[in-house]
Every structure is written in structure tokens, then in C-alpha cells.
Design a binder for this molecule. Structure first.
Ligand code: AMP
Length: 223
């Protein structure tokens, strides 16, 4: 694509749904819904702007290497990625949730997590989990999983999990309870640093529109 073309990396699901109004505020409408299409490159009403649909954990990588000019990724994903080569101008306040420690109902977490004790933690977020427990002085063995973390303590793979909690319904359905809040999570705009310089005139108005739409979120419409 040329200097004036823009590629935006997004993941399907909640981030895509919650990004649609931001794109609309910048005058960008996807030509197709990625939930219904198998296409990985989706055009928009703006001929020089396209979307690439990637795994949430891959968004920072596409942007870091310039395969996408910018993208939207959760703080969870960005913390694990490290943020190298990425400019993070905006917290978009979308896909909000909390990073929590959770254990089976009835598990004596206060006792098991005293300094000097050893806990087995299953998580998709090994760096976040390791940092949290190191700060508390609790020794942990981290077991890296790629999904369904909630299962791990139910079948004896781990004592606890570190995972994202939104409504809490998944924990409840699996008889788990949240015992510690690690951090609040929301999605951020991530921009390739070189692309921002070279394509500033094309990218900055979109950042401004996103910023305006994200901060106007709490306002009633048409005011
Ligand atoms: P909930 O049942 O609403 O608490 O959602 C919990 C499940 O959804 C867990 O499997 C989480 O990993 C996942 N989840 C919750 N919020 C998010 C988010 N913002 N981004 C990605 N996954 C999430």
C-alpha cells in the first residue's frame, strides 16, 4: 500500500464491536462484518483505509513491524507484549474489565498466599502474574495456558488463576471466586512510531476523532 494508505489492525469480538462507533466518528465504515466474513483484510468506505483482522495478542506485533499503521489492543495484551516500537496516545476506555486472581470457592487464599508460601498459578498472562506475586513476596509457579483458565484449578492443574473478569459470570459458573484485583484493563490505541511520522496527515485526524468520541462517551447524544 502507498504512503497515503492506512492499515488498521483489529481483533474480532468485543474490541471490534466497541471500535465501530469510534471508526464511525472518524468517518470510517467497514465494508463487511468480520464475524460473518472469513476475510482477513476488510475494505472500508474510504478506499485508502483497510482493516486487518488478527488475534488480539497479535495486534501489537502487526503494528510494531509496520504491517499495520495502527491498531487497538487491551492493556493486558500490551503489558505482556512490552510495547516496543509502539506509540500509545490514547486510552479508548473500551473493552473494560479487571485483571483478577481467582480461586475455587472455599479455598483459603489468605493462608495460601502468605509470604514464603508457594502457589501454582495458571494464566495467559505470565509477566503480569509473576510481577504481581513478586511484589507480594509470594513464590509462584506459573503455568502458561492459552484459554479456559477457569478449568485449571477445578482439575488440579493450579491453585489459582490470573485472568480477566468482566461480569464475573464465568467465575460463578465454574464455582470460582475473585480474591485479588491486580489492575483495571481497557483498550488502547497503538500506533507505529515511523508510520505516525510518515503518514501524520492521515493518522492524526483519526486519532483526534477517536479521542473526541472516546471522551464524549459519557455525554448524552446530540448535545
Ligand atoms: P465474564 O464472565 O463476563 O466475567 O468474562 C470472563 C471471560 O471473558 C474470561 O474468560 C475472560 O478471559 C474473558 N474476558 C473478559 N473481559 C475481556 C476483555 N476485555 N478482553 C478479552 N477477554 C475478556
Amino acid at each position: 500500500m502507498s504512503e497515503h494508505s492506512l492499515t488498521i489492525a483489529l481483533s474480532k469480538g468485543r474490541i471490534f464491536e466497541e471500535t465501530l462507533p469510534l471508526l464511525a466518528a472518524a468517518g470510517i465504515e467497514p465494508a463487511e462484518n468480520p464475524e460473518q466474513s472469513r476475510k482477513l483484510i476488510i475494505g472500508t468506505n474510504r478506499t485508502h483505509i483497510r482493516l486487518v483482522i488478527v488475534r488480539a495478542t497479535d495486534v501489537p506485533t502487526y503494528v510494531q513491524y509496520g504491517a499495520a499503521d495502527f491498531g487497538i489492543a487491551g492493556k493486558d495484551v500490551l503489558t505482556e507484549h512490552g510495547g516496543e516500537g509502539l506509540y500509545q496516545p490514547l486510552d479508548l476506555q473500551i473493552a473494560r474489565c479487571r485483571m483478577m486472581v481467582a480461586v475455587p470457592e472455599g479455598f483459603d487464599y489468605a493462608r495460601a498466599s502468605q509470604p514464603g508460601k508457594r502457589l501454582r498459578i495458571a494464566t495467559k498472562y505470565p509477566d503480569i502474574a509473576a510481577g504481581h506475586f513478586a511484589a507480594k513476596g509470594v513464590h509462584v509457579d506459573i503455568i502458561k495456558l492459552y484459554g479456559s483458565m477457569e478449568l485449571a484449578p477445578l482439575v488440579g492443574l493450579s491453585d489459582a488463576i490470573v485472568d480477566l473478569v468482566s461480569t464475573g459470570n464465568t467465575l460463578k459458573a465454574n464455582k470460582l471466586q475473585a480474591v485479588e484485583h491486580i489492575s483495571d484493563i481497557s483498550s488502547r490505541l497503538v500506533v507505529n512510531k515511523a508510520a505516525l511520522k510518515v503518514k501524520y496527515a492521515a493518522i492524526q485526524p483519526i486519532i483526534d476523532a477517536f479521542s473526541h468520541a472516546a471522551t464524549a462517551d459519557d455525554q448524552p447524544p446530540n448535545i
